[in-house]
Structure formats: structure tokens, C-alpha cells
Design a protein around this ligand. Structure first.
Ligand SMILES: Nc1ncnc2c1ncn2[C@@H]1O[C@H](COP(=O)(O)OP(=O)(O)O)[C@@H](O)[C@H]1O
Ligand SMILES: [Mg+2]
Length: 260
């Protein structure tokens, strides 16, 4: 069975999509079979994977609403070396339409079940909200990867997210746990960043990934070429950080396996 990771933070612009796309490509590069699910109507993970969101007949929207199965929407991110369930703005309507449907929180989980055996990792790139879409991701996942910028309000947002994770755990998905907190767009010269980073380590201990992703322009440029930065400029500091993060994720799985 694959390891299913939801990449979640209700704040926009914290690096969820950058993390999803680059970790997907880095894991694929190390021989893992990877599926990336774009669960954001903005479709940034789709575009960043080199798939044009404007030309798609079938997306994750159809999958969630039961209008088609996942294999009909799935496509290949050729450069990244992983499979993709794409999204576009159509998905914005799903939020309202899902409310009426049975099993509205478990639709993604149900859709992933038939293909789960084909993958080692399934990554879910979530929208910037704690909406029904994000609840679907948290219900389908075993673990949550939380990218965050080290700024003052980051900690406040984190308690809302932890609350949502606890509610999903209590009602829908008892096995759900936090995989790790990822410090993104880190600027070591900024004193506040350093302080928040230290607070994170103090509060969350080993749940904070050792890898820190620096602010790096190559990470921001890569999406406009439709290529993950780990492939576009593998030597860049940003790419190196995501390659290190993928190695950390793989090592964590191994040690969890050893403990079980
Ligand atoms: N480490 C980084 N350094 C520089 N720019 C980054 C970095 N991570 C993300 N970005 C850029 O910041 C913006 C927001 O990142 P994104 O991954 O789309 O966040 P989210 O998915 O959480 O909204 C994008 O333009 C992205 O290219
Ligand atoms: Mg995003």
C-alpha cells in the first residue's frame, strides 16, 4: 500500500504546490512510483507539472463528483516522471456540489482505492483553506506534510490546522498523523525567521523536518517552464533542499517500517 501524504496549510503562498511538485519529482527520480493529486482549483500543481489545465476534458472535479473514475482523469507528468490527477477552475464548484452528495468527505479516499496498489507514494496538493476539499485530502491520507513560512502568524494558523486534523482523526480517519512541518522560503538573515524556527523546534521537536527550504528564485521560476525545479536546475539551492527532503521522507518511512 502506498504512503499517502496530504500537503496542507490553509494559508496561500506558503509553498504547498512547490513542495508537492518537487517532492513528487524527487521521489520519482529515486525510483518511487508516484501519483500527485492536484486538489486546488487554481491548478498550479497541474501547470507546474507541465500539463495545460485549460485543455483538460477530465479532472479531479469529475472524479470527486463521481462523473468518471480516476483512471479517466489521470495523466502523465512526463518530465517529472510521475502520474498526475489534474485540476482546474471547474473544481471551485465541487465545494458546493459535494455538500449534497453521500459520503462527501470520503470521495477522494474512495477514488484512490482502486489505483493505490500502483504507487509507492500519493501526494495531495491542497487548496489554501480548511474546506471540504482539504477534508477529503485529510480523510484519504495517512499523514500530513505542513509547509510553512517562519513568520509570526504562522504559529497562529498552525493551531487551527492542528484542530482540523484532530477533528478528522476523531470522526473520519483515526490513523491520521502529522508527517512533518517544513520550513519554506527561509531567510537565515531574518531574526524573526530564526526565532519562529526555534519555537517550532521547541514545540514540535522531531515533527519538524531537518531540511529547511531556503528562499530561492529557481524554485519560483521553474513553474513557468512546466518543469519541477529539481529537474530544471538540480544544482540550485532550492532543488537541493527538495532532494534532501525527499531523502528525509524516504528515510522516515524506512524507520517507521522498522519500528512496526
Ligand atoms: N523556497 C522558495 N523560494 C522562492 N520562491 C518560492 C519558494 N517556494 C515557493 N515560492 C514561490 O512562492 C509562491 C507561492 O508558492 P506556492 O508553492 O504556490 O504556495 P501555495 O501552494 O502554498 O500557495 C509561488 O510563486 C512560488 O513559485
Ligand atoms: Mg498551491
Amino acid at each position: 500500500m502506498p504512503s499517502i501524504l496530504a500537503v496542507v496549510n490553509q494559508k496561500g503562498g506558503v509553498g504547498k504546490t512547490t513542495t508537492s511538485v518537487n517532492v513528487a519529482a524527487a521521489l520519482a527520480q529515486s525510483g518511487q512510483r508516484v501519483l500527485l493529486v492536484d486538489l486546488d482549483p487554481q491548478g498550479n500543481a497541474t501547470m507546474g507539472s507541465g500539463v495545460d489545465k485549460r485543455t483538460l476534458a477530465r479532472t479531479v472535479y469529475h472524479v470527486l463528483l463521481g462523473l468518471g473514475d480516476l483512471t479517466g482523469a489521470r495523466t502523465r507528468a512526463d518530465k517529472g516522471g510521475y502520474d498526475l490527477v489534474p485540476a482546474n477552475r471547474e473544481l471551485a464548484g465541487a465545494e458546493v456540489e459535494l455538500v449534497e452528495l453521500p459520503g462527501r468527505e470520503t470521495r477522494l479516499k474512495g477514488a484512490l482505492a482502486p489505483v493505490a496498489g500502483e504507487y509507492d507514494y500519493i501526494l495531495i496538493d491542497c487548496p489554501p483553506s480548511l474546506s471540504l476539499l482539504t477534508v477529503n485530502a485529510l480523510t484519504a491520507a495517512q499523514r500530513v506534510l505542513i509547509p510553512m513560512q517562519c513568520e509570526y502568524y504562522a504559529l497562529e494558523g498552525l493551531s487551527d490546522l492542528v484542530g482540523t486534523i484532530k477533528r478528522v482523526r476523531a470522526n473520519l480517519n483515526p490513523q491520521l498523523e502529522i508527517a512533518g512541518l517544513l520550513r519554506t522560503m527561509y531567510d537565515p538573515r531574518n531574526t524573526l525567521s530564526q526565532q519562529v524556527s526555534q519555537q517550532l523546534e521547541a514545540h514540535f521537536g522531531t515533527k519538524v523536518y531537518k531540511t529547511v527550504v531556503p528562499r530561492n528564485v529557481r524554485l519560483a521560476e521553474a513553474p513557468s517552464y512546466g518543469v519541477p525545479a529539481v529537474l530544471w536546475d538540480a544544482a540550485s539551492k532550492g532543488a537541493q533542499a527538495y532532494l534532501a527532503l525527499a531523502a528525509e521522507i524516504l528515510a522516515g518511512e524506512k524507520s517507521m517500517g522498522a519500528a512496526a
